[in-house]
Design a protein around this ligand. Sequence first.
Ligand SMILES: NC(=O)c1ccc[n+]([C@@H]2O[C@H](COP(=O)([O-])OP(=O)(O)OC[C@H]3O[C@@H](n4cnc5c(N)ncnc54)[C@H](O)[C@@H]3O)[C@@H](O)[C@H]2O)c1
Ligand SMILES: [Zn+2]
Length: 366
Amino acid sequence: MTTQLDVRTPTARYPVHIGTGLLARVGDLLGGSGVKPGVRALVVTDDHVASLGYADTVAESLAASGIPSSITRVPPGDATKSLAMTEHLYRELLRAGVQRDGLVVAVGGGVVGDLAGFAAATYQRGVRFVQVPTTLLAHDSSIGGKVGVNLAEAKNLVGAFHHPTAVIYDVATLASLPPREWRGGMAEVLKHGIIGDPDLFAALEAEPCATYPGSLAAERMVAQACQVKIRVVEADEHESALRMTLNLGHTFGHAVEHASGYRLNHGEAVAIGICLESHLAVRMGWLATAERDRVVEAFRRHGLPVTPPKDIPSDAVWAALRLDKKHTHGGLTFALPRGIGRVEVARGVPETLVTAVWQEMEERRT
Ligand SMILES: NC(=O)c1ccc[n+]([C@@H]2O[C@H](COP(=O)([O-])OP(=O)(O)OC[C@H]3O[C@@H](n4cnc5c(N)ncnc54)[C@H](O)[C@@H]3O)[C@@H](O)[C@H]2O)c1
Ligand SMILES: [Zn+2]
């Protein structure tokens, strides 16, 4: 079975193919997106994903459709999302002979997608790129066109909007994900449930999906979560208001992720962030305590952390919060839950309130 969703924004239109065995059909599927034989491609992947053979399968599929490609491997991990690595990719693109009509194909998780997408957005003022996600979390990062890299000071400080030509999601690749990465991806799936699919959230609450459930169930769940993201991105392409709801858990989440020195993966940090922001929403009178408890319990039952680890220094969290793009002079901006299925943006949240939530959590840290 294959599911096709479509993303339609004022500036872009592209398919999201979700199914099993799609790595071997990348070349074929790109034909439907107007990619012509003869253009050259650079396949970007990381060392783990390369060792599983996924990038080779994609390159073979491209070759069979008349698209010659080279494969370049980057080290796994968020530190790879850097300007230095972007420059490395520019040189690889030059070496591979990729021209303005060429293609960057990102085969991997959100790190590879964000980095390769940013290189594609800026190389020769923009070449096409294709997302071939291989992590559960990348159902989120591969859709919407946000690409970018980190600076030493904070995450995602440099970036662009550059939509992919297509997203080709072979859910069979998720079978090889380490359990911790699966759980991290579930944090963003639960996030999408809280933002816009209360039925998805309720189903996961009733029956947690803490390990890979098989390709059919994975396809269904991934499609539901992608659908929430697509709906929001279509309604607000450039993050003026509605799209900011996708940042649920990310104001605290990014700060905690950065302050942990990336020992927490992105999904774990988002799980902690959503729990902290649910406590904040209760303090602000936005969320009923019973709903907050449902949120925290759902993350706990998926094996995700719900409080920040003890060894994360509070001052590092605060330094990162103040550098956050969502921080303005009037206070902090959060996307906060009002209920399961309803998230709204709160601007100018006073630091005193945020401090109170953090201090309350300090006492419960594990
Ligand atoms: N652009 C966006 O809108 C957006 C949204 C959410 C997250 N992100 C970014 O995504 C990144 C996190 O993405 P991620 O969680 O996919 O991390 P990741 O890309 O680091 O992948 C996680 C780990 O899994 C390995 N891996 C990947 N696929 C595998 C597979 N099929 N089998 C076995 N191992 C596999 C990787 O090598 C890596 O070690 C963060 O940098 C985050 O900021 C971006
Ligand atoms: Zn995220």
